[in-house]
Design a protein around this ligand. Sequence first.
Ligand code: PLP
Ligand code: SF4
Length: 345
Amino acid sequence: MTGRTLRQPAELIEAGFADENRRTEFETIAQRYSIAITSAMAELIDPSDPYDPIALQFIPDARELVETPGETADPIGDDTHSPVEGIVHRYPDRALLKIVHACPVYCRFCFRRETVGPGGDFLTGEKIDAAFDYIARTPQLWEIIITGGDPFILAPRRLKEITERLATIDHVKVIRWHSRVPLVEPERVTNEFVAALRAPGKAVWISIHSNHAREFSDAGCAAIAKLADAGFPLVGQTVLLRGINDETATLDALFRTMVENRIKPYYLHQGDYAPGTAHRRTSLAQGQALMRDLRGRLSGIAQPTYILDIPGGAGKVPVGPSYCGEGTVEDPNGTIHPYPPNEAC
Ligand SMILES: *Cc1c(COP(=O)(O)O)cnc(C)c1O
Ligand code: SF4
């Protein structure tokens, strides 16, 4: 059953996700940042659990209004690498196409929280033309990554237009969509939707954003199966979030669930310095310790790369952990072994 997306503070209170005494808090936050919880996600929330991992991702929190040093509106430097509106071209062979600013849900930790929201939701005619024109006249662009916002909130007709325009550009070989929709609004994944993504002659990859195994409802798993059965390779993106998924067992369950659903865990993102997100950021040392634990207990195909997007726009780099020492190497259980000294590890 498809219900309404909750967007108003009053609706969150009526749904039982918070007490009446939090109404002013929610209203203050709503003036600054968008709120949305789809029915698929609302149904998964256990209102009696103050640490419910779904609720913590989407229900506003007064700490979002506390900005800490280093936090900025454009934490990964999108603006400095934008040759035309809607395009972010930071690496030679690939660029982002930010086609829509709106999302099905608004994550409280979003790295683009200052730019996403329900207003001005689609690049308009001329601007889309300029973005496609940039792609067409930049032959080194081998891959186009369509993001936003969340591009999968667009109607299949719009998705098809994007697919068709990219399909006409010879040098673009790979189309990669980034989305939370298959899990947070699975009813969008219809046959028409799947057909709109097919691009003969191009490889179409889908990256699915998920932060907790609990997000995988039956309907969500069915939507993902539909995409996998259609032949799209699926990868998973996760944000490391303090108090939500920063425990070994939680990440273990998430990455296993992804693999069981034919999603290859791709990146575990260190939290960006987006405004008002300090309460959800872990330290790099904690992230590295979690990755070490996972290495000892999880299949290789269930291991993501732990990634830091360097503040300001210098790019993404893996941030360990490293298993190499001076003439030593550490095994997955933490034991140190000598490694031939003529090879600095
Ligand atoms: C994250 C990002 C990409 C994709 O990086 P991958 O490491 O290929 O996943 C590409 N361009 C920009 C501007 C990005 O921020
Ligand atoms: S879906 Fe992505 S872009 Fe949208 S609010 Fe969540 S993290 Fe931000």
